[in-house]
Design a protein around this ligand. Structure first.
Ligand SMILES: [Zn+2]
Length: 213
């Protein structure tokens, strides 16, 4: 079980690069895990290239913030911890994906310009206010922006997507990247029409039922 989760971190870290979601050493991935009675999560290490991570590089961090085996987790482990504390997710994908980064630098939010925004469990994708990477303030801004959604952008930085599995979180990160790509290209031409609040309620309902089928 331990190795399976570590292997998944390696697999999806490689996919971050292969699928163009987060190049080089940017971004990070974590999966919630319990070792005996210690609740925590596995996370990718600090400073390694995403496609060169080995099993031994992966770090366990407890929910009280203790880092095990003298290893060095990603410098952004703090917001992973806070996301596990404040949401009921089991996996977190943080990516510096191209259009999410561009959108995080340009916009205050991604509105309901396309119905698939509802995949994030909300009617818009919020952008967390800028703060220094790895800082407590950044973590606070992220928790505020993500709210009950499964995604937020981080101003002048990138995106975060969460899920009840790494598969779901990763797929959502890919969807969010696509939405940011579409939105950016719409905005180059004009401000796009938005879907009404009432209609987005219907979409959210339908997506929720569709998923539980
Ligand atoms: Zn980052």
């Amino acid at each position: 079980m331990i190795d399976l989760k570590k292997k998944k971190i390696i697999k999806y870290s490689k996919l971050l690069v292969k699928n163009g979601l987060s190049p080089l050493r940017s971004g990070n991935i974590s999966i919630r895990h319990k070792i005996k009675n210690i609740d925590g999560f596995f996370i990718s290490p600090s400073g390694k290239k995403n496609d060169q991570i080995k099993i031994n590089d992966i770090v366990f961090v407890s929910m009280s913030g203790k880092i095990y085996e003298n290893k060095k987790p990603s410098s952004e482990w703090g917001f992973h911890l806070d996301l596990y504390k404040h949401t009921n997710c089991n996996a977190v994908v943080h990516a510096h994906s191209k259009f999410a980064v561009i959108s995080s630098c340009l916009y205050k939010q991604i509105p309901a310009f396309h119905y698939m925004v509802a995949l994030t469990n909300s009617k818009s994708i919020k952008v967390a206010r800028y703060a220094l990477f790895g800082s407590k303030s950044l973590s606070k801004n992220i928790i505020k922006a993500i709210g009950t959604s499964k995604t937020c952008l981080i101003s002048n930085h990138g995106q975060i997507s969460i899920g009840n599995s790494i598969e779901n979180a990763f797929e959502l990160a890919e969807e969010v990247e696509l939405l940011c790509d579409y939105y950016y290209h719409c905005r180059l031409q004009k401000i796009p029409k938005n879907i009404s609040n009432k209609e987005m309620d219907k979409v959210l309902n339908k997506i929720l039922n569709y998923k539980s089928d």
